[in-house]
Design a protein around this ligand. Structure first.
Ligand code: SF4
Ligand code: SF4
Length: 220
């Protein structure tokens, strides 16, 4: 799952001009990613080695309860519908069309995340030190000490930014909803989403439009 250690915010200028929520989502991910990258650097200074890397994906197969927020779902819908093409798109559509709720994440393609720029914050935050996870191993349970603790402040800042897309404008209100944990009522489980709906939209050749739901319309 792991952070890709981005040094800057992802940009999709044309799409961001059309879709105001996308800029908010990318800012949210940048806040979260920077905090995680800094936390990894601090551990590396202490001599720890990050085990996560390209092609390492046992975590994607064994985690069955990845939280995903409505804005993130909208981002995934957009990315799959508008940004994927060729064999990657075909493979994603096959996975999504065959998906049964409760199975492992359908976005894993040949041990690579097929939605990497838009993978949820929970995936971005899951980083393991030492040795790569064994197949079926959830390091969170087997060796909690090797799992990075994402910095609380950057995670809070990211979630506060997300609430802008839900129409919660006053900073104090966003902060209160994040600090109280109220924000988490918005989260769904990625593996419980009916991804066949997205497969059907790919077939229909529809543009992104709103995602599975309009994040701005979700009350909190
Ligand atoms: S080391 Fe574990 S958490 Fe990191 S990418 Fe590999 S399987 Fe995933
Ligand atoms: S979205 Fe799926 S494939 Fe991508 S990192 Fe998360 S669990 Fe892995």
């Amino acid at each position: 799952m792991h952070s890709s250690r981005p040094s800057s915010r992802l940009t999709f200028p044309e799409a961001e001009a059309r879709l105001p929520w996308l800029a908010t989502l990318l800012e949210m991910y940048a806040l979260s990613d920077r905090g995680v990258a800094e936390a990894i650097r601090r551990q590396e200074v202490l001599g720890r080695r990050l085990a996560c890397g390209p092609g390492c994906a046992a975590c994607c197969r064994c985690h069955l309860d990845i939280p995903v927020y409505p804005l993130e779902l909208t981002g995934i819908y957009w990315y799959v519908l508008e940004e994927t093409q060729g064999p990657q798109r075909v493979a994603l559509q096959e996975n999504l069309a065959a998906y049964r709720q409760g199975e492992a994440c359908p976005f894993l393609l040949d041990d690579t995340c097929g939605i990497h720029p838009m993978r949820p914050m929970a995936c971005r935050n899951f980083n393991v030190f030492g040795r790569p996870c064994a197949e079926g191993e959830d390091a969170f349970h087997s060796r909690r000490g090797d799992v990075l603790d994402p910095p609380r402040e950057s995670q809070r800042a990211a979630l506060e930014r997300m609430l802008v897309a839900h129409g919660v404008r006053p900073k104090a209100a966003r902060r209160a909803r994040v600090r109280s944990g109220q924000v988490h009522v918005l989260a769904q489980v990625l593996q419980k989403v009916d991804w066949r709906r997205l497969a059907a939209r790919m077939e229909g050749g529809q543009g992104s439009g709103p995602g599975p739901e309009d994040p701005g319309a979700t009350g909190i």
